[in-house]
Design a protein around this ligand. Structure first.
Ligand code: G3P
Length: 217
């Protein structure tokens, strides 16, 4: 499973990338707005840090404008994946961009039927938002299970990108269900490595080592 960071923050991306296990980056207009800088400059910088798929979302709502915007974003770097919303206009844009060889991440997916349409439009990946479904007492990971089953039944190549991840349990469930990609905030990414027994064990190893290697006398 590929691990992506869901952020527009360069410091967070650099820190996660330094671990050597970061495969890509996603963001959305809300995350990019927080950074207060030119979107294209931000994307260019991210592409110098991470050599993997970098999702960049369009903010147009009509297909024609989305296609124009998507082509412009894709021209920034070969690793850019254009994000289009799961609307009829977004599907039209996905079909058009995909037919020109531009990878599309169809975002704001909340149902299996939406995911089926994204795959039929040729999306490179679909982004189901598990946390936002959980927030309204729906079962976010149940949607992932449904999409994985449907895509396997028909051998769709569209990847399942588990998004709106809130905690490591979402990451574990995504991996168990066969999600292709999981994108998460840096706080969740950092939790993936933590275990108190690792800290306790390391502390003991080092103190035992020091006791044996203390200068004699
Ligand atoms: O970027 C898409 C998605 O991951 C947003 O997550 O936490 O705002 O629901 P969230």
């Amino acid at each position: 499973m590929m691990l992506f960071l869901d952020t527009g923050n360069i410091k967070e991306i650099k820190e996660a990338a330094s671990w050597g296990v970061l495969d890509g980056v996603t963001s959305n207009p809300s995350l990019v707005a927080k950074e207060g800088r030119s979107f294209k400059d931000l994307l260019k910088e991210i592409c110098t840090i991470v050599d993997g798929p970098i999702s960049a979302e369009v903010v147009s709502v009509e297909a024609e404008a989305m296609i124009k915007e998507g082509k412009d974003l894709a021209s920034v770097h070969k690793n850019i994946v254009v994000k289009c919303p799961l609307t009829p206009e977004g599907l039209k844009a996905t079909k058009a961009l995909t037919s020109e060889g531009i990878r599309v991440n169809v975002t704001l997916c909340f149902s299996p039927t939406q995911a089926l349409l994204a795959a039929k439009a040729g999306a490179w990946c679909v982004s189901p938002f598990v946390g936002r479904l959980d927030d309204i007492s729906e079962h976010g990971m149940g949607l992932i299970q449904d999409i994985v089953t449907i895509y396997r039944n028909y051998r769709f190549k569209t990847k399942v990108l588990v998004a709106s991840v809130r905690h490591p349990q979402h990451v574990i469930e995504a991996a168990k269900l066969g999600g292709d990609i999981c994108t998460m905030p840096v706080a969740v990414f950092k939790l993936l490595v933590q275990h108190p027994l690792t800290d306790i064990g390391l502390k003991k190893f080092l103190s035992d080592w020091e006791k044996q290697h203390l200068p004699k006398g």
